[in-house]
Design a protein around this ligand. Structure first.
Ligand code: HEM
Length: 454
């Protein structure tokens, strides 16, 4: 058991459930903060099972995770709730599709995310880091909500690499529509997660349908325009997807498929990367020793300029800070699957129809897998070989691992190093963010930090 004085040295966390909750208590808690539904024993056990509306299992065991995400992938499709929430915005795209329809899209999109192409997109990230630093400099000397700044910065990046060139694409309108959608969809209820039938009324599913329609129309027009105008000198993701084809079937994406996938990249890649950066900055402010070490590294590599892709090999400690932020506050903190076949996980029976959840937040804080797991310690990642692949899943794992993982990590390190080289961040007393899991793991109230120029 932690004793009080040591708790003070731990970064923000929430108490997990210390007793089983009944259905209505679960329902109310789930609407407020899904993290509070995770039983505390999930940080000590490999698997916890129960029954609410349906039989459910939470899995925190690397071997079982490997089975769900890789070896028996076809028996664990994404849960209906994932599809329910996301289909209205992003159709049957890469994130949602299953089986052959997923496979051909993944094969067609993979080249766009090759190391070479992701590196070629780095100047967009460097430019966005520079603009972020300029905005933050204007607020230096006072408290700044770094979450808002990072949301603006990562939106800059993702819109520049999807629909760059401005062709008939109103970025602000798209940003508003996506934020409204995420806010509405985030109110996903526990009933959805546990798989209650569709006719059970959900109090709060309110999609912003007209904004969504307008956004799709605009995206389609931008895609058609690009087809006619031809690709940029440095191709962006739209150019690369337009050229992409499934090497097995030669199938190419039509306009609706291109649009759904580009909107998927925006929805899946924008807020998650902003959260990674906001939590990283919070942790740097929380531990000035780590911040100083990362700043020394960044200054030595960059001097006064913004980071570029060529600096990445010299920014290894900054990368460790990002890795550790993704462990403590994984933006996608809860993955959910529906079992379609009989199986055994950790010696326990899984039946078709069971909900199988991977509470990544609890996996990353499981005492069997991590020493002193609530402590912030980027040195855990000094040698990545020591980390069990399926004990650390900020990007999921197996064939459906996040296609944008290296894109996101490259972006996060470029932006974080640029900011640390130029500013000092300190906590604002009384403004500790609370981790709240609704759709993603967010710092409730934002990440307010006092910013001073270097
Ligand atoms: C730090 C930022 C990010 C985090 C934490 C993150 C996390 C994840 C996770 C956990 C999954 C797997 C979900 C599951 O198995 O249920 C996933 C899938 C996916 N992500 Fe990311 N993601 C990030 C950034 C991005 C970016 C930048 C893009 C695109 C530009 C992106 C596009 C996708 C897509 C398309 C999938 C579905 C892949 C498939 O099923 O084949 N993500 N992401």
């Amino acid at each position: 058991m932690d004793i009080a004085p040591r708790n003070l040295a731990l970064p923000a966390r929430v108490p997990l459930a210390d007793r089983p909750l009944g259905i209505w208590a679960s329902f109310r808690t789930g609407q407020r903060n899904l993290l509070e539904l995770i039983p505390e024993i999930a940080t000590r056990q490999p698997m916890v099972s129960g029954r609410l509306v349906k039989r459910w299992h939470m899995v925190m065991d690397p071997g079982a995770n490997r089975r769900i995400l890789k070896e028996a992938l076809e028996h664990y499709p994404k849960s209906d709730v994932t599809k329910l929430i996301l289909t209205p915005a992003i159709g049957d795209s890469l994130f949602i599709a299953e089986g052959a329809h997923w496979h051909w899209q993944r094969r067609a999109a993979a080249p766009a995310f090759s190391v070479r192409n992701v590196q070629a997109l780095a100047p967009v990230m460097t430019a966005a880091a520079e603009r972020a630093a300029e905005r933050i400099a204007a607020g230096a000397g006072g408290a700044v909500n770094l979450l808002d700044e990072m949301v603006a910065t990562t939106f800059d990046v993702i819109s520049d690499v999807t629909f760059s060139g401005g062709e008939a694409f109103d970025r602000d309108a798209v940003h508003r529509a996506i934020d409204a959608y995420i806010a509405g969809a985030a109110r996903v209820s526990l009933l959805d997660i546990m798989g209650a039938p569709m006719w059970v009324p959900r109090p709060s599913r309110m999609f912003s349908a007209s904004a969504m329609r307008a956004m799709k129309t605009m995206a389609d027009a931008a895609i058609e325009h690009r087809r006619g105008a031809g690709r940029h000198d440095v191709p962006d993701l739209l150019d690369l997807l337009l050229e992409g084809e499934d090497p097995e079937t030669r199938r190419k994406m039509n306009t609706a498929e291109l649009r759904d996938n580009l909107l998927t990249f925006i929805v899946a890649g924008h807020e998650t990367t902003a959260l990674t950066l906001a939590w990283s900055l919070y942790l740097c402010a929380f531990d000035p020793g780590v911040q100083d070490r990362a700043r020394r590294e960044a200054k030595a590599a960059l001097g006064d300029r913004a980071a570029t892709v060529a600096d990445l090999p010299a920014l290894t400690y900054t990368r460790q800070v990002v890795d550790e932020a993704l462990r403590l506050y994984p933006p996608a903190a809860f993955l959910s699957r529906t079992a379609t076949a009989h199986d055994t996980l950790c010696g326990r029976e899984v039946r078709p129809g069971d909900t199988v959840m991977l509470p990544i937040y609890a996996l990353h804080r499981n005492r069997v897998l991590w020493s002193d797991p609530d402590r912030f310690d980027p040195d855990r990642f000094a040698d990545p070989k020591t980390i069990d692949r399926f004990a650390y899943l900020p990007f999921g794992g197996g064939p459906r691992i996040c296609i944008g993982a290296s894109f996101a990590l490259q972006e996060a390190v470029i932006i974080l190093a640029t900011l640390l080289a130029r500013f000092r961040f300190a906590p604002v007393p009384g403004k500790e963010p609370k981790p709240v899991l609704i759709l993603t793991l967010r710092p409730e109230g934002g990440v307010w930090l006092n910013v001073a120029g270097e």
